[in-house]
Design a protein around this ligand. Structure first.
Ligand code: SF4
Length: 172
């Protein structure tokens, strides 16, 4: 017991250091993203996320968008529970046969104008799972993706950069 107490005093914390490399990029992209959402929507971008068959790696990066390091809600990104409140459907994972109908029904419930974004290699083209008989392929097998964000998984800043590209293109 004494040994553990001593180790607790002298050892460094086991928590990870904050992500340093993305800080400068985030500082540049964040305000740009906020301006783009204000110009295009006049408010925050509301996102409904659908896991169409992911391994959960992409979800972990998407969750990181809201953590204390990234805190992207301050730049105008909001995740909503209902597709009826969403501007954009963010899809992860290959589309499995079991999730096809759920994906289609969720998309139908999003009011127009709306976008669909494939996040991660699996959502782009099936990725690691494209040969699986349980999978239909990427999002394009079911819906026409407006944007594909590559990566396995894509980092939060890559997700932000992709969404910014989409918003900027939508202004033209
Ligand atoms: S892209 Fe990579 S992290 Fe994302 S669902 Fe596929 S295997 Fe998992």
């Amino acid at each position: 017991m004494r040994k553990e107490l001593f180790a607790g005093l002298v050892l460094p914390p086991l928590t990870e250091a904050s992500p340093g490399a993305d800080d400068a990029l985030l500082a540049a992209l964040g305000p740009e993203f906020e301006r783009a959402t204000r110009r295009r929507l006049g408010r925050s971008l509301a996102i409904r996320e659908v896991d169409a068959g992911s391994c959960n790696g992409c979800e972990l990066e998407i969750h990181a968008l809201g953590n204390a390091f990234y805190d992207l809600e301050r730049f105008g990104i909001r995740f909503v529970a209902s597709p009826r409140h969403a501007d954009l459907l963010l899809v992860t994972g290959p589309v499995t046969r079991h999730m096809r109908e759920a994906l289609e029904r969720t998309w139908t419930a999003v009011p127009a104008p709306k976008w669909v974004v494939a996040a991660g290699n699996c959502a782009c083209d099936g990725g690691l799972f494209q040969e699986s008989p349980a999978c239909l392929g990427g999002v394009d097998a079911i819906l026409k993706a407006d944007l594909r964000i590559k990566g396995c998984p894509p980092r939060p800043v890559e997700l932000l950069r992709g969404l910014l590209t989409l918003l900027e293109a939508a202004q033209r």
